[in-house]
Design a protein. Structure first.
Length: 360
């Protein structure tokens, strides 16, 4: 198993997200009345240490990309705090936000759609320099060449247009543009999803090399659990706008605690044929509820194979149940957590831990 990069436990987080909510209004009728909200992100909290990569995983539509865009304030957040390098990005005025942009950048999912087809490679990579510096043209071009060297693009390509490059090369252009202003924090929104399998490993290895050389802090959003296992230090599992589990990578893949994380990881391809034969595939029944009308209790209660009464009426909080491991599940409630099935939850927790201990 891969070794996670050491993260100083005492270091102050570079990124702190607290109770982030991103609700999109629903307007209906002739008079376009506000009749509800799509709760794309509904109370997400986590922190990222300097130099760390946090993986954010979950099925399509769970709110992963919305979290990434809201953190960088590409969306105006509904509520919550997003502190990046000591400043609450969610509350900055436009001018202060513009000055903050160089410290936080994004690599988008679709390299074709994120690049201006009318601009050459040199202009695309150098555009942030035009916006945030007063450098002379020669110095900007020198910086563009330096970035092209870092991401493995030939300098002769500087005057070419995006349509002349392959998918992997276009993504390298996007990465070079994100690095242009020496950011501290980068959101990678499924940067390999639109690429061929043979190119994905190259892009991920490039991101890892750049992180090591430049000391970057990354939020890596993906639905590819195998790739997240390779690049992330810790992993947050999202379901229907909320984080179900947040754990160190090795602990999560060895022994997931939340029932949804357990089901999700049971679908990951196992290269060892012996382990693959002995592993039990968990098939979830039913459909994902609408984010416009989520369940009253736990978001996962309509599909959870271990659901009980308390799950349907009380929404669980994300809390630490083991050192460094955070879970939003009533299976791990304390015996004195109250009525509505909490004692039953404690028994479930013991049984679950015993079962997982036997599997190991």
């Amino acid at each position: 198993m891969l070794d996670a990069r050491p993260i100083p436990p005492s270091a102050d987080p570079l990124v702190e997200v607290t109770d982030l909510k991103m609700h999109f209004p629903i307007f209906t009728g002739v008079f376009r009345r506000h009749t509800g909200d799509v709760k794309a992100v509904d109370g997400v909290s986590f922190a990222i240490q300097p130099g760390e990569t946090l993986g954010l995983v979950g099925e399509s539509g769970c709110g992963k990309s919305t979290v990434g865009r809201a953190i960088l304030r590409l969306y105006e957040v509904t509520s919550g705090k997003v502190v990046i390098d000591g400043e609450d990005v969610a509350s900055l005025n436009p001018e202060a936000l513009r000055k903050k942009r160089p410290a936080m950048q994004m690599v988008f999912q679709d390299p074709q759609a994120s690049l201006n087809p009318r601009m050459t490679l040199a202009r695309i990579i150098g555009e942030p320099l035009d916006e945030h510096t007063d450098w002379p043209k020669a110095k900007k071009l020198e910086r563009v060449y330096e970035l092209m060297d870092q991401v493995g693009l030939n300098r002769r390509f500087a005057d070419r247009y995006p349509h002349e490059f392959s998918g992997g090369q276009r993504q390298r252009i996007g990465i070079a543009r994100a690095l242009c202003l020496n950011p501290k924090f980068i959101v990678c929104d499924e940067p390999i999803a639109a690429l061929d399998v043979s190119i994905q490993a190259q892009v991920v290895n490039l991101l890892e090399d750049l992180q090591e050389k430049l000391g970057l802090t990354n939020l890596f959003i993906s639905h590819d659990l195998s790739m997240v296992r390779h690049i992330a230090d810790r992993v947050a599992v999202m379901y229907l706008g909320r984080i179900a589990e947040l754990s160190p990578r090795d602990d999560l893949y060895a022994r997931p605690l939340h029932p949804y994380a357990e089901a999700l990881l049971s679908a990951v391809n196992e290269p060892d044929p012996v382990r693959a034969q002995n592993r039990q595939r968990i098939i979830l029944k039913g459909d994902v509820p609408s984010p416009a009308n989520p369940p009253v209790g736990c978001n996962f209660c309509t599909r959870c194979p271990k659901v009980f009464d308390r799950c349907r009426v009380v929404k669980p909080d994300l809390r630490e149940v083991e050192p460094g491991r955070f879970v939003a599940c009533h299976l791990f409630d304390e015996p004195d957590a109250g009525s509505t099935g909490a004692p039953e939850a404690s028994e479930h927790s013991k049984k679950l831990n015993n079962q997982q201990g036997v599997k190991q």
